[in-house]
Design a protein around this ligand. Structure first.
Ligand SMILES: N[C@@H](CCC(=O)N[C@@H](CSS)C(=O)NCC(=O)O)C(=O)O
Length: 897
């Protein structure tokens, strides 16, 4: 099985397969796993490969009327997303997560003019995701596509057909069975993309559609990038018959297209620049493979592997990574994540080393700086565009919440004023009732007064009437009292809990208002935060760019100085016929032989004879050697330069040995004191000492970690031994025989797996909590870390990949899904990123590298994946130790110790 295939299958592989492919990234260039070119003859095979249709979803973004398409292999779960939109990235990711898919590639049919693509944001959120777009689009992306390329997901693939016309970089993606084609804006349902901007050409479009789309089988379903009328799908046959533009002759078509008179897309001015960057490449990561990645995308694909392998040693040794890079490399210097103080310090040291470089190295470094600046600019611009997108989405959310709040408040106001009106009406009625009662009382009193003065025969009748009046009065008084009590009740608020006319209680509305108000406040805060971040980002962008500009300026200056300084040297050597031995103070630097520098520096004055003379001489004379206390270190520091002793043969300088003898402190002394051209500056010597001290510290730290690991290993072995003893004891108990046989099997399989080098996390019966407890952690006593047999959850503060802000995230280490995922909140609704176990290489304490930026330097640790470094901060020392021991179970390395 080829390495490429293995890597592609990784997410679904069994433990055994994983054994074969435990270091896939070292084998494969990033894009090669998903795309390969094929000869035209290979077409014959398409259609035969697929068994069963891929999973397919059509998703819609209503603001720009854009369709996003999700395709996946139902077996391997590998997925691709076509034309994602910035605003709907979270929706798409939620669906992908719900369907248990692994998003591999985000494709664009072209550089859109009406909306910002979601590719950039997706790449930030989905670890390892690759972006792809046409190589003719002018946009940056991990994969630059052209005619005939294939994007593979599981057993399916999409074939690329170039369909220019709407833009130069328009692509149509066709499924391997030619049952579906994703036409982008080349062909819309009963229409087509406009041709009046972005290199649009009606002639090209007409040809593209007729040759590349109408040549597909008639039943082939066509899925466009937009529809403005609610249509979702068409077929080749339908469009051939009914497309009002493309059924016409070429001339008629051109005429139609040139007279569409459509208004410009509203967002064209921000979308196009953002999209030219948004499919951008991998995140830069200084400690891993920033430079190779950058090279990958810029170089022909067949070169990728060679370039990467050149960098492998650098990646495998985190302790010496920063000093190990040769001055000419751009790894550490391109650190967009490192703290500014750190990079500043580094820059100064770098500048010192630059002083000792040859002009050609300086030139190379300057070119690299230019490249870095360009890349950084693109990255930062993208970051700004993404932040703007996020800000806009948040502002939109805030607007919606504010509207909702206003509606609720209006409703509340209405309800209150209705209530007030009805209270007043009731009060008036009560007053009327009161007057009525008083009037009735008065009447009764008058009657009572009249009765004694009435004749005997009428008195009886009057008394009867009086009694009747009194009865009515009594009833009226009762009604009045009831009414009065009811009003008092209403006024004291007892009624509030009762249902209102529209079925909603006042308290419910008030609660709702409070809730929405709360959401509004949170949204407002977030908007404020984003605005600040945006400002900071802009500042950071200017700072980073100006720092690179400054570095370049300094280098240019130094390069001129060096050229000037080298001139007298070469002149001198021409006169004496020998080159002087010059003292160097850098452990990293071995000066190039004189003829090399002459060759490199075209500006140096040279005489024909002088040049010949120098090349006749042995190479050793100008070699500068500075012995470090540890020779191995010295070698490690300058791995790509030839060893100095190879050059030491000239009589002027008696080689390494004599140099060592001549200077007890390890510095080479000049062979001829009069020929010393440059003495080490005290600052550089201090830097050197500092560098050596750091190396020693790093070594000691490594020793300590190894010991710690051994100790852990010992505890683990002890635990295992105890388990075995226990299982033997239990064996004797016949009633529990079955259970324990199973347990033994489990222990056995764990041992077997460990022996075979399978990461612990892959063993089926692995109990994460038991394992962590066996390492001596008090899991129950560690607040904020929720550890079970298969999962570990808790808040960690994570440093952003490009924007170096530290954010609290909810992390889930999940054995069943074989991934470390992080979310905005513990409700696990908003997935922010995923690190698959197979990508994790190492977990280690940060050793205060982020001391100046981390919110808690002493609680900061690193998770190193093959592509980048994640800096994480725990809330307590115990939590940090637990998290490190949890995550390390996902590494291959863990199984070996
Ligand atoms: N009103 C929309 C833009 C509408 C538009 O121009 N659509 C483009 C595709 S997106 S660049 C198009 O080609 N339309 C062809 C047609 O016939 O409608 C906005 O403001 O975003």
């Amino acid at each position: 099985m080829s390495a490429a295939l293995l890597y592609r299958l990784k997410p679904a592989v069994s433990a055994a397969t994983r054994l074969w492919s435990c270091k896939p990234p070292q084998i494969l260039p990033t894009s090669a796993a998903f795309i390969h070119r094929r000869p035209a003859s290979a077409r014959l095979y398409s259609g035969l490969m697929a068994t069963g249709a891929p999973l397919f979803r059509q998703l819609f973004e209503s603001e720009s009327s854009t369709y996003t398409y999700l395709l996946a292999d139902t077996d391997t779960k590998e997925a691709v997303l076509i034309d994602p939109v910035l605003e709907t990235v979270d929706r798409d990711l939620k669906l992908i997560d719900e369907l248990g898919l692994t998003l591999k590639v985000a494709l664009n049919t072209h550089c859109h003019a009406d909306h910002i693509t979601g590719t950039g944001l997706l790449k930030k959120k989905v670890f390892g995701l690759k972006s792809a777009i046409s190589k003719h689009s002018g946009a940056t992306a991990d994969i630059q596509l052209s005619e005939g390329d294939r994007i593979t997901f599981g057993k399916h693939f999409l074939t690329v057909r170039e369909t220019p016309g709407h833009t130069d970089g328009c692509l149509t993606y066709v499924t391997n069975d030619e049952r579906m084609a994703f036409t982008g804006d080349a062909l819309l349902i009963r229409g087509c993309g406009r041709t009046d901007f972005q290199q649009g050409s009606p002639h090209k479009l007409y040809e593209s559609v007729h040759k590349k789309i109408f040549s597909l089988p008639g039943h082939c379903f066509l899925y466009p990038a937009h529809d403005y009328k609610g249509q979702t799908v068409s077929t080749v046959d339908e469009e051939k018959k009914f497309n009002p533009r493309l059924t016409k002759t070429l001339d008629e078509f051109v005429n139609i297209m040139n007279n569409l008179n459509l208004p410009k897309p509203k967002k064209i001015d921000i979308s196009v620049p953002a999209n030219l960057l948004s499919c951008q490449r991998e995140e830069c990561c200084p400690e891993t493979s920033c430079t190779p990645k950058t090279l990958h995308t810029d170089m022909p694909r067949h070169n990728m592997e060679t370039q990467r392998s050149q960098w492998e040693p650098v990646r495998s040794s985190p302790w010496i990574m920063r000093v190990e890079q040769s001055p000419a490399s751009s790894g550490a210097e391109s650190d967009t994540e490192g703290s500014s103080t750190e990079s500043e310090r580094h820059r100064v040291k770098q500048a010192d080393r630059d002083l000792l470089m040859s002009p050609s190295m300086l030139q190379q470094r300057i070119t690299e700086l230019d490249q870095q600046r360009e890349e950084l600019k693109i990255e930062l611009q993208l970051e700004v565009a993404l932040l703007r997108g996020e800000l806009k989405a948040e502002q939109e959310r805030l607007r919606r919440h504010t509207d909702q709040l206003q509606v609720l408040q209006e409703k509340d106001r209405q309800r209150r004023s209705n209530r007030l009106a009805s209270r007043q009406k009731e009060r008036v009625q009560l007053e009327q009732q009161r007057l009525k009662v008083e009037e009735m009382k008065r009447r009764c009193e008058e009657m009572e007064k009249q009765i004694p003065s009435q004749p005997e025969d009428q008195r009886e009748q009057l008394m009867l009437r009086l009694q009747q009046e009194k009865d009515v009065l009594e009833a009226t008084v009762r009604a009045f009292e009831d009414m009065e009590f009811h009003i008092l009740e209403l006024e004291s608020g007892v009624e509030d809990e009762r249902e209102g006319e529209d079925g909603e209680s006042q308290t419910v509305i008030e609660r709702e208002i409070t809730r929405v108000q709360h959401t509004c406040n949170a949204s407002q805060e977030r908007v404020q935060q984003l605005e600040n971040q945006l400002k900071e980002m802009e500042k950071e962008k200017d700072k980073a760019l100006s720092s690179l500009r400054q570095e370049k300026k300094e280098l240019l200056h130094k390069s001129q100085r060096i050229l000037k300084e080298k001139k007298p040297l070469s002149d001198w050597s021409n006169i004496t016929g020998s080159t002087p031995c010059v003292m160097s103070h850098s452990p990293l630097t071995i000066h190039k032989a004189a003829q090399e520098s002459l060759k490199d520096s075209s500006s140096l004055p040279r005489r024909r004879s002088a040049h010949r003379k120098i090349t006749d001489r042995p190479l050793s004379a100008q070699v500068l050697v500075r012995m470090t206390p540890d020779r191995q270190t010295s070698e490690a520091l300058s791995p790509r330069l030839p060893h100095p002793t190879h050059r030491l043969s000239n009589g002027h300088c008696n080689g390494l040995r004599s140099a060592e003898q001549s200077d007890g402190n390890g510095l080479h002394t000049p062979c001829n004191s009069t020929s010393t051209s440059r003495a080490p500056s005290p600052q550089s010597l201090l830097d050197l000492v500092e560098m050596e001290r750091k190396l020693r510290e790093a070594k000691a730290e490594r020793e300590r970690l190894l010991k710690e690991r051994e100790e852990r290993q010992r505890l683990l072995a002890e635990q295992r031994r105890r388990k075995e003893q226990e299982s033997v004891r239990i064996q004797t108990d016949a009633s529990k025989l079955e259970t324990h046989a199973e347990e033994r099997l489990q222990i056995h399989s764990t041992h077997k797996n460990i022996e075979q080098g399978v990461p612990l996390s892959l063993t089926v019966n692995f109990d994460l909590r038991a394992h962590v407890e066996s390492l001596g952690h008090n899991v129950a006593g560690c607040m904020g870390v929720n550890l079970s047999g298969r999962r570990c959850g808790g808040f960690l503060t994570k440093r952003g990949g490009r924007v170096k802000t530290w954010r609290r995230r909810w992390f889930i280490f999940d054995l069943d899904h074989q991934r470390l995922a992080y979310y905005t909140e513990l409700d696990e609704k908003k997935l922010k990123g995923v690190i698959y176990f197979q990508a994790i290489e190492e977990v280690y304490y940060d050793h205060l590298r982020t001391a100046t930026t981390s919110p808690r330097p002493s609680l900061t640790f690193c998770v190193k994946t093959y592509e980048r470094l994640f800096f994480l901060v725990a809330h307590s020392p115990e939590a940090m130790r637990i998290w490190m021991d949890v995550i390390v179970t996902a590494t291959d390395e863990h199984s070996r110790y």
